[in-house]
Design a protein around this ligand. Sequence first.
Ligand code: AGP
Length: 370
Amino acid sequence: EQIKKGSYDHFMQKEIHEQPHSLTTTMRGRLKDSGVLLGGLKEKEYLKTIRRSRRVVFIGCGTSYNAALAARPIVEELTGIPVTMEVASDLLDRQGPIYREDTAVFVSQSGEKADTLLALDYALENGALCVGITNTVGSTLSRRTHCGVHINAGCEIGVASTKAYTSQIVVMVMLALAVGSDQISTQARRQTIISGLSSLPSNVSEVLKLDSEMKELASSLIDSESLLVFGRGYNYATALEGALKVKEVALMHSEGMLAGEMKHGPLALVDENLPIIVIATRDACFSKQQSVIQQLLSRKGRLIVLCSKGDTSAVCPSGSCRVIEVPEVADCLQPVINIIPLQLLSYHLTVLRGFDVDQPRNLAKSVTTQ
Ligand code: AGP
């Protein structure tokens, strides 16, 4: 049943709209009043070993890497353990240092990507505790890691990863909650995130109502040569992932950029023609993003601003930007909400530009070679 398109035209479209359900199954049986229960980490006191590690290293490719990047700040905040990020192929190219005292967390929808599996072999050789986060029960990743968590998002057919991305983020937020559960000082914060997780599927249903607005936005961008996406903090990953979706399926050049780097080069690209999406939902970086918007507008930038509901005039007092309003949720869960309009945008852009949605040119779901 899962591998039929049902009433949808494409698997990618179905998988985008399925997210309230896939997120529910990701969390099923794992959220408790007292905290989070991750069965795959219960055995052999793995949680204690992670707590004692000197560093957490997140390793993945493409969308899976972006999901880990989205979760990085909350893992650092709730566990106090430094987190470093590794693109699997780059770790291998550099033969970067991995130590026995590290926890290496491998993120992969398929659990079969060659780069990620080779990086896993490398981390195992170097004695790190290896944790797998995958959608595929029985995959090489789930068999070869010491322990792990299945994301339970259901089968993902579209080459462009959508529902796996949001479920991966949720699993890593739950991982942060579980590892950090021994810290009294963060108890109230953890409780807020747990209730945010419970209401996440209904907020995702809400944001999916933007579908026709995103189709209309797509039709205004159909002939653009390029699209920039600026994000920071929790939503730097959203910028990278939104841009990856646009280039991967809509075959349009797109770059996700760290808004804090804007003045160090990208600003030179800004003119009245280049469309720029700025992610400016409410979190600790909000006022910095307001000032980014002002700087872009003063260079006559063509802006599309993604903001929290009711913030249209706070992000664009001049009224000269196109605004997409999304529900506000806990900061570390906001990337789950914010990526959805960008998934919808890339889907509609692809259809309108006449490209193959589920089988993008030159790409395959399983990259089993390096
Ligand atoms: C996502 O839309 C891409 N198809 C690609 O970046 C993918 O996420 C990457 O190849 C990693 O795949 P994995 O999650 O199966 O390891």
